[in-house]
Write a protein that binds this ligand. Structure first.
Ligand code: GDP
Ligand code: MN
Length: 383
């Protein structure tokens, strides 16, 4: 479960990580009132469950309550990569001298929590990792031994922080972040930027916190933070139809059978130069109703320009899937191009069924890569 910035900051504050004072607002007048209460300049921050809000115009400074109301008017309703802004966090504006980055996440291959710290914060951390990997200090924590203060010192010295006041404050925050991570059953705790003010004060200016869904039963207070109204409507529809669906950002709708194949399909679409619009796993069945349900969810996403249907028949029989596709097309009108790759059990039979029916928007390709390229191309043409 992903938390909003303000919720993450509330948890941070509980663990003693310094954050700025702020108020939640859902209307422009409420934003004005919040700014008035806080006094002085504020920052108006879109609360959406996606990053890069600053670049998308979702974070704006306001010198006066009047300005806060005006900025709130601009930001509320804004669509930030498919997330409509309905809540604002009005926070006392900070002066920023430096922007650092600190995170704690799971490194699954090492089976340990991993700290990452760099003085090159504020920007995309992927960019830092790619362009100056040496600037990004990585440190694993043995979960059985737990956290030790020397680990914070290694992060801080390793990243080249020389001011003793900063060193001390950051080291304290590192320890508290580990505490928050473990005690909240978090999967990710990220502070970007971790700022240093001109007065030398270190503070979390942003928060990104993901809590393990499987642990929510023992965190009633966190479970309660879930914003059901903001749940992606497509994911809600999918849940209703028992379709395994995750919304992504791209244009190529992806439908596969089995989580592994579907993940590979997402990868191969990216490899072919496209961007997957979703992850959708048909599961082991592949009966007509399953196909109808899955397709009806995928085509609801207006970003989808083409659909890549990737089936490997094992227990699932390709002829049955082919019939499912045809039945789906008969039941719901789909104008989008659909590229199908069928392989495995009864693949030839499946391809023959599709070839005989031959709907105009259906394209059958022999391999996964061919199909990915075709789908990416068709999505590009349609865009
Ligand atoms: P993100 O874009 O979704 O990661 O949102 P952030 O909360 O990280 O804000 C983006 C950027 O806005 C930060 O990196 C800062 O440069 C800027 N920003 C946010 N809050 C403040 C503030 O209080 N004062 C100033 N001067 N800049 C801020
Ligand atoms: Mn940020």
């Amino acid at each position: 479960m992903d938390l909003y910035e303000y919720q993450g900051k509330q948890l941070f504050a509980r663990f003693g990580i310094p954050v700025s004072e702020g108020r939640l607002a859902e209307t422009p007048p409420a934003a004005r009132a919040a700014a008035q209460e806080l006094g002085g300049p504020v920052v108006v921050k879109a609360q959406v469950l996606t990053g890069g809000r600053g670049k998308a115009g979702g974070i704006k400074l306001a010198a006066t309550p009047d300005e806060a109301e005006a900025r709130a008017r601009e930001i509320l309703g804004l669509d930030i990569r498919g997330h409509v802004v309905r809540k604002l966090w009005i926070e006392r504006a900070s002066e920023i001298a430096k922007e650092y980055y600190l995170s704690l996440t799971f490194d699954r291959s090492a089976k340990r929590p991993l700290f990452m710290f760099t003085t090159q914060g504020g920007v995309d951390i992927e960019e830092v990792a790619a362009t100056s990997p040496d600037a990004l200090v990585r440190l694993h924590v043995d979960p059985l031994e737990g956290y030790h203060p020397w680990q914070a010192r290694r992060l801080v010295y390793g990243a080249g922080v020389i001011d003793p006041g900063e060193q001390k404050q950051i080291a304290a925050i590192v320890g508290k972040l580990y505490d928050a991570f473990v005690r909240c059953d978090a999967m990710l705790c990220e502070i970007n930027p971790l700022i240093v003010t001109p007065q030398g004060e270190v503070r979390a200016l942003d928060s990104k916190l993901t809590v393990d869904d499987n642990a929510l039963f023992r965190h009633a207070d966190i479970a309660e933070m879930r914003d059901t109204a903001a749940a992606d409507p497509l994911e809600a529809l999918a849940r209703e139809k028992s379709v395994t669906y995750v919304k992504l950002d791209g244009e190529v709708g992806v439908l596969g059978n089995g989580a592994g194949l579907t993940m590979s399909t997402v990868d191969v679409v990216t490899f072919a130069g496209g961007r997957p619009a979703n992850f959708c796993d048909l599961g082991g069945g592949g009966d007509a109703q399953g196909v109808v349900d899955a397709l009806s969810v995928i085509v609801r996403d207006p970003q989808v320009k083409a659909i890549f249907f990737n089936i490997f028949g094992g227990i699932t029989r390709c002829d049955e899937v082919a019939r499912g596709i045809l039945q789906a097309l008969a039941e719901i009108e789909i104008a989008l191009p659909i590229v199908v790759r069928l392989d495995g059990t009864n693949a030839e039979e499946g391809r023959r069924i599709l070839a005989e029916a031959a709907p105009a928007n259906l394209h059958v390709e022999p391999t996964m890569l061919d199909a990915a390229r075709r789908a990416v191309e068709l999505a590009r043409v349609a865009a």
